[in-house]
Design a protein. Sequence first.
Length: 206
Amino acid sequence: MSTAIQSKLREVKPKSTLTKLRNEGFIPSVVYGYQIESMPIAVKERDLMSTLREVGRNGVLKINVDGKDLNVVLGDYQENALNGEIFHADFLAINMTEELEVNVTVHLVGDAPGEKEGGVLQQPIREVTIKVKPSDIPESFVVDISNLQIGESITVKEIRESSNFELLNDDEEALVVISAPRAETDEDADESEEAAAPVEEVNDAE
């Protein structure tokens, strides 16, 4: 695991304090969970982003809080929609020997034959919730679509037993669907013909 990210305690108010922290390169944060009361802290943005690039979004981080190293995972966070910069983060302190529930991104692998034949690939849910030990948290949940034909789907139930993780989603939730291409209806054809038909000029008789 990487070197612990250093943090400092911060004041909850006033708002100007948060602005000052951000201007100085810190991210206002909160840490809570295993063996710690909820505590407002601030961490260096560059240190956090560097560590996340190393361990991944779902990886276990180590943060030094008031002189004590804590194993944490990044919980909820707020980011700038334009540049992706995090401007507030929640850290959940964890027990490395106990399983926890985490959301991981669904990553599709393979080329679906149905999509090659003109089908429309749809991904109804982008994340699944799994129960896993902190040391085994994956960066993503991989779903193989290499055999998926038009009109077929892959649901949670279909991959539950073959998964390496305990899935907490409902069985009927579809992870990926290959829908048939939209067929042109007679009404669509009529509208297309009308649009293509030349417009007759009408001369007013005087």
